[in-house]
Design a binder for this molecule. Structure first.
Ligand SMILES: [Zn+2]
Length: 97
């Protein structure tokens, strides 16, 4: 599990970029509870990540809705692509800083 690995490497000091990297795992409920907590704490404290996540969360809710309602696979894939693309752009923003 990548989250546990990152936690060992950066105990309490994950950079914004790493948090964005973990966003998809967070979305998919793939993070262990301890990592989830660290992740949520960072997004609570970090303005940049929080602003980004606000938009992201709307998309996340859309994804959940899409999954629950059993929307056709092509639509679901498109929503996922948008999410991945947003995360990628945020990573590039962070890299540019
Ligand atoms: Zn941050």
């Amino acid at each position: 599990m990548i989250g546990r690995f990152l936690k060992r490497l950066f105990p309490g000091h994950m950079t914004c970029q790493r948090y964005v990297d973990l966003m998809t795992e967070y979305m998919e409920d793939d993070l262990p509870p301890a990592d989830r907590e660290i992740w949520e704490r960072h997004f609570h404290d970090c303005d940049g990540c929080r602003n980004f996540f606000t938009g992201f969360k709307n998309s996340l809710e859309l994804t959940r809705y899409v999954e629950e309602k059993g929307v056709p696979e092509p639509v679901r894939e498109r929503v996922e692509r948008v999410l991945v693309e947003r995360a990628r752009r945020r990573r590039e923003e962070l890299r540019g800083n």
